[in-house]
Design a binder for this molecule. Structure first.
Ligand code: GLA
Length: 419
């Protein structure tokens, strides 16, 4: 996926009253055109027309950074950039996966699926397919072509997008009859048990349970959730991509998961009822943080304060105070930079530039960090200038343009008919 393609969509939406329907119609037309091209690629690849086309979104997380695996609340939103799927059932037991954006492809028989990951992109969908096969829910063979317009490895959850999307597509093609939560579970198991990432539950939930125009409020301690409204007429979500991709981001992420777990193990001695780090009250941390190695104390402080901030942000949103919500986003970024230590100079530069713009309500790194993207909540009226200012400030410091664009909300995985 290239940022040039993303930037082709208009930054400035039409006037307020027409905004939702006009922007939505434009996006749907773009999506149909993109999937029409995807269908042609499928034909080139497999020598026949696909039987159906599907889309599955990525996500941004607005509040609740690194809280999912600590049992805290998160507030992600599915975005209108994601994974494309073209699929056709086969009369035999062969499965073929190819991609327009990744090299290498998979060809295997349904009754001889690999038990081990290959270290390739197709591990993600294969992990989903394996579980359906293991539960006796697989139909016949399939040809599938993957692609999309979501930057990969940018913290926008391309992996949950492909996993939840694959569960959705196979569910439709094979007529399995899965619920949305079952698709989320297949995606999560694929990443955790087959691909081997210690990821939290946020990303597949954000993709699989998306409702257009709403944030998902997910309490990761008990997986309870609801959808929260946000005024998309007045405010928009923008993403600035530093284009920094760290090879070691995955192991650095796993390290944070381990540090948080260790901080919890040490603190729970003072709080026997606590089940996750999120349960540790600030007063307990105040009293005992000196007993922890300084690094672990910082990690725990981020989690405990981020839980408070995320609830405060929710409260602000419920009373329509988007500025107050945005202020919590800036605080979240500071904590991620100083306490959780997952930021990067490029991300700090983007957030600082965003803070200097009066149209920006809030900004913070999204996803795991160490590179990738900053998410911004911005007033539509000044969005175009704000994004230009952010891009210019980054360019002046690093000598290159970041990818910047407004991203609309999305309704979750679905079939796209060309009409
Ligand atoms: C990554 C993980 C998520 C979450 C975020 C940090 O994106 O996949 O589960 O932990 O980092 O909030």
């Amino acid at each position: 996926m290239s940022w040039n393609a993303i930037l082709r969509s208009p930054m400035h939406a039409p006037r307020k009253s027409q905004l939702d329907s006009a922007a939505e119609a434009t996006r749907q037309a773009e999506l149909r055109a993109a999937l029409e091209r995807h269908a042609l690629h499928f034909e080139e690849q497999f020598g026949r027309r696909p039987q159906a086309l599907f889309f599955s979104p990525g996500r941004v997380n607005l509040m609740g950074a690194h809280l999912d695996y600590n049992g805290g609340p998160v507030a992600p939103m599915a975005i209108d950039r994601g994974t494309f799927f073209a699929v056709a059932a086969r009369s035999d037991r062969l499965v073929r996966f190819a991609s327009t954006s990744e090299s290498g492809w998979l060809e295997t028989r349904l009754d001889r699926l690999a038990h081990q990951r290959a270290g390739r992109w197709f591990d993600y969908p294969l992990g989903v397919l394996r579980q359906l096969a293991a539960r006796g829910r697989a139909g016949g063979g399939v040809d599938m072509l993957f692609g999309g317009d979501l930057p990969v490895g940018a913290g926008l959850s391309s992996s949950a997008s492909i996993c939840v999307g694959t569960a959705y597509v196979l569910d439709q093609v094979w007529g399995v009859g899965l619920t949305a939560l079952q698709r989320v579970e297949l995606a999560l198991n694929s990443e955790r048990e087959f691909v081997g990432v210690r990821c939290g539950i946020m990303d597949p939930f954000a993709v699989g349970l998306a409702q257009s125009g709403r944030l998902l409020w997910l309490d990761c301690k008990d997986s309870s959730y609801e959808h929260l409204p946000i005024d998309h007429e007045r405010y928009a979500v923008a993403v600035a991509d530093s284009l920094v991709r760290r090879e070691l981001a995955q192991s650095a992420f796993n390290q944070r998961v381990a540090e948080a777990a260790e901080a919890f193990e040490r603190l729970r001695a003072h709080c026997p009822d606590a089940q996750v780090l999120r349960d540790i009250p600030a007063a307990v941390l105040d009293a005992h943080e000196r007993e922890l190695p300084a690094e672990l104390a910082r990690r725990a402080r981020h989690v405990v304060s981020e839980v408070e901030r995320t609830f405060a942000a929710r409260q602000a949103l419920m009373v329509g105070d988007v500025r107050a919500f945005g202020a919590r986003m800036f605080e979240s970024h500071r904590s991620l930079r100083e306490l959780y230590e997952v930021s990067a100079p490029e991300l700090d530069c983007l957030v600082d530039a965003a803070a200097a713009s009066s149209a920006v309500c809030g900004a913070r790194l999204t996803g795991a960090g160490f590179g990738g993207c900053v998410v911004m909540l911005v007033e539509r009226a000044g969005a175009e200038h704000a994004l230009e200012d952010v891009a210019r400030a980054f360019d002046e410091r690093f000598g290159r343009r970041p990818g910047v664009a407004l991203f609309g909300p999305d309704a979750g995985p679905r079939e796209i008919t060309l009409g």
